[in-house]
Write a protein that binds this ligand. Structure first.
Ligand code: GTP
Length: 741
């Protein structure tokens, strides 16, 4: 049976498929298929129609729901004949069917598509394009939007070979295009960043061990584009042997732990030198079993960064002057050696070396010569040790040596060698210099088992070597520690004694030997300790100097002495002169009382004060010392040189510093009556001083025959127990009053 399918609407559209009426053809309209059976084949026909309808419906759904957009344009005027839902969505409205494209979508004008469609229609040649921009006005009077499409214009040709329609099919790819755009932008940024960081790129596929190295990667190492084959081994063989294992282990870890690779190591350049680089990378692909298949990353030249790091490290750990490890590195090394010795059961010796009277070298020859000497000392010390030992400079003229793997005679020999070597003359640019050193030694684990205690012990042993006369070495003993603790305790007690007025100024008369009268006095400090009783100045003054208390103590003595001098001058109606000791350290800081200004303020003549200094002050005379002494001289404060005859006894100083008075050291006076040479020395000092116009005081006169000899020699003044010991001011005043009465 023939079936006629007649559209009920003129324009054929998919959604009208269902509206098609299917009617059995009139019998009169024979279909020419021959006779029909009893039922007239009607059942069969109905089934066929049903199947057909189902198929048509199926096709309709496929057409309507197709994800891509589809349209058919009919005839040369390109009239919309059929479009699917996706097409409506694409253009934004539904007024299309039966309208020419340029009327339905006027915004397409000027975009070239109408021309292309016409061309397809005329030529019968299809057109396709990807990622094509189309600007559409999707809502009436709304703004235009540009979307991107992949599309195909396919001509539909009739039996005569004429194009009757154009089939349009395509996809909105705006999202993909945006993604690609974003990716491109991000790639561009990455490229800028890599370019800026001057980074090289590498890409390594594991199955064939091929590594693609970028041009920049090769450039960093000084190679041209074609110089390095794309092989993994090309990288590995260029890694510095010391860094290779660590680098390969890091790569293994990255593969296993899935953490990014980040390694700093050295790579060999084309010219054979090594360059510090940093390689960063990640596993970018894995196989179906999760094993790493590919790794990519960058490589950056960090030589400059490494150089600055190295410089910073050098500065932090090495002494600039001598190039030896500094205090910080020394401590690190000592800690390391202690740990090692703890494991192996070995002994360590720590030597603390301090140059003797190094300050004099600076003061006499200048800081540059001092520096040269320190450098020579550093070389000599370094030449004494083995490679496993460490010499360090802690600062100033202090050095340390860590001796490892040792036995005791070795330490003694080493200490001897050091003191002997340092005592040998140093040939400097400016001439020959001599120096000696005091060395303190302590042992691990016998004396201490930690860094801080070892350093403290060695320092205390060195202190003992200094106190024992310098230029030798001393091993640490437990008693040194208690001695040091005592010193610390005494310094604390001294401070509180000063504030609680337990320190007293006593006065010892200085007698005019020709008249026998008390002509002046020396102010002497006395300390009666709560628990320890009287403590000698010889014991506590060095402690005051070490702790810096000497300045406050000096000021206290000066102001006490001056107030008594005022009192006694007033009583005697004559300027009463008091000698006040000033230690070398008191000259080094300007914070103490300005003597001339103080006297002027109180209206006292400067002549009532004599400053007593030791030769040490003059020997190390800095400009500060010279200026102070010159100022004293100018304002009338007299200068007496204490302990004369025991030190350098330099006549040049006597002249340069306009010394008014010499005090012959009591060691000569003590045996002046029994020892010819002591007597000769005393007599010569007196004669020589007088020729220079300098007065002489003999200290420590205890016996009459000593006094007689001194009188005979023409000594001007005498001081000692024969006249009086140092007494409190009230007692001294009584002595003075006796004299006056
Ligand atoms: N030339 C030079 N001198 C320095 C340097 N650092 C510190 N000094 C000086 O080294 C001297 C160290 O003096 P001390 O160790 O206190 O005293 P000393 O004169 O050696 O006396 P003793 O140690 O008691 O024998 C001080 O005068 C410092 O100013 C340096 O880098 N170069």
């Amino acid at each position: 049976m023939a079936v006629a399918v007649k559209p009920t609407v003129t324009d054929w559209q998919p959604e009208t498929f269902l509206k098609y009426t299917v009617t059995p053809m009139d019998y009169a309209e024979d279909d020419g298929n021959g006779p029909r059976n009893e039922t007239g084949g009607r059942e069969e026909t109905a089934n066929l129609i049903k199947a057909l309808m189902a198929e048509v419906q199926q096709l309709h759904r496929m057409f309507a729901q197709a994800p891509g957009f589809i349209a058919v344009l009919r005839g040369p005027s390109l009239v919309y004949e059929v479009v699917n839902e996706a097409y409506y969505q694409l253009v934004g409205h539904r007024e299309l069917i039966g309208r020419p494209i340029q009327e339905a979508l006027p915004e397409l004008g000027g975009q070239g598509y109408l021309e292309i469609l016409k061309n397809v229609f005329c030529t019968g040649r299809p057109f396709s394009g990807a990622l094509l921009p189309v600007t559409l006005q999707r809502t009436f009077d709304g703004p235009t939007t540009t979307i991107y499409v992949d599309l195909l214009f396919q001509p539909l040709i009739d039996d005569e070979g004429n194009t009757t329609r154009i089939f349009i099919q395509g996809h909105d790819v705006t999202k993909q295009r945006d993604a690609i755009e974003a990716l491109n932008e991000s790639n561009q940024r990455l490229n800028f960043a890599l370019e800026g960081a001057r980074a090289g790129i590498w890409d390594w596929t594991f199955h064939d061990n091929e590594v693609v190295y970028s041009k920049r990667w090769k450039e960093i190492l000084g190679y041209g584009e074609g110089d390095i084959p794309n092989r993994y081994q090309e990288w590995v063989r260029r890694i510095h042997p010391d860094d290779r294992q660590a680098a390969l282990e890091d790569i293994q870890a990255t593969m296993k732990e899935q953490a990014p690779l980040n390694i700093e190591y050295r790579l060999q350049c084309k010219d054979g030198t090594y360059k510090w680089v940093i390689s960063r990378g990640v596993v970018v692909a894995r196989d179906e079993r999760g094993r790493p298949a590919r790794m990519s990353g960058t490589m950056t030249d960090i030589s400059d960064k490494k150089k600055s790091e190295e410089m910073i490290w050098q500065h932090a750990n090495f002494d600039i002057l001598t190039g030896l490890p500094n205090r910080r590195l020394f401590r690190d090394r000592l800690e390391q050696e202690i740990r090692k010795a703890h494991r192996t059961g070995d002994e360590i010796a720590l030597l603390f070396i301090d140059l003797d009277h190094f300050k004099e070298v600076n003061d006499l020859h200048g800081h540059d010569v001092g520096d040269q000497l320190l450098n020579h000392v550093a070389s000599r010390l370094s030449s004494c040790i083995r490679e496993s030992d460490t010499v360090a400079r802690l600062g100033g003229d202090e050095f340390t040596i860590i001796l490892t793997e040792l036995h005791e005679p070795h330490i003694e020999l080493m200490a001897q060698k050091i003191t002997q070597k340092l005592a040998m003359p140093f040939v400097l640019n400016e001439g020959i210099a001599h120096i000696s050193a005091s060395v303190g030694i302590t042992l691990y684990p016998a004396d201490a088992d930690n860094t801080a205690d070892l350093i403290r012990n060695a320092d205390q042993a060195m202190y003992a070597a200094k106190a024992g006369g310098r230029n030798h070495f001393r091993f640490f003993t437990k008693s040194m520690h208690s001695e040091a603790q005592n010193r610390v305790r005494l310094a604390q007690d001294l401070r509180s004694a000063l504030t609680s007025k337990r320190l007293k100024v006593y006065f010892q008369p200085i007698v005019d030997l020709s008249s026998g009268e008390i002509s002046k006095a020396e102010a002497l400090l006395r300390w009666n300790h709560d628990a320890l009783g009287d403590i000698s100045p010889a014991r506590f003054i060095p402690i005051a100097e070490e702790s810096g208390l000497i300045h406050e103590i000096g000021d206290f003595v000066f102001s006490e002495a001056v107030s008594w001098a005022m009192q006694w001058s007033a009583k005697s109606k004559n300027t009463f002169e008091i000698s006040i000791n000033k230690s070398p350290i008191q000259f080094t800081r300007g914070a103490s009382i300005d003597w001339p200004a103080y006297l002027a303020e109180r209206g006292l003549p400067a002549g009532c004060v004599t400053v007593e200094i030791t030769e040490g002050v003059l020997l190390n005379a800095s400009t500060q010392v010279a200026t102070t002494l010159d100022k004293y001289k100018d304002t009338g404060i007299r200068v007496a040189l204490d302990d004369f005859g025991t030190g350098y006894s330099s006549l040049a100083y006597l002249k340069r510093f306009h010394i008014d008075c010499l005090k012959i050291d009591q060691s000569f006076i003590r045996d002046i009556s029994v020892n010819e040479s002591s007597r000769a020395i005393a007599e010569s000092i007196i004669a020589m001083a007088h020729r220079l116009g300098i007065r002489v005081i003999a200290e420590g006169i205890e016996e009459q025959n000593q006094l007689d000899i001194l009188r005979l020699a023409g000594c001007d003044y005498g001081q000692g127990f024969i006249f009086s010991k140092a007494v409190p001011p009230i007692e001294f005043e009584a002595l003075l009053e006796n004299r006056m009465s």
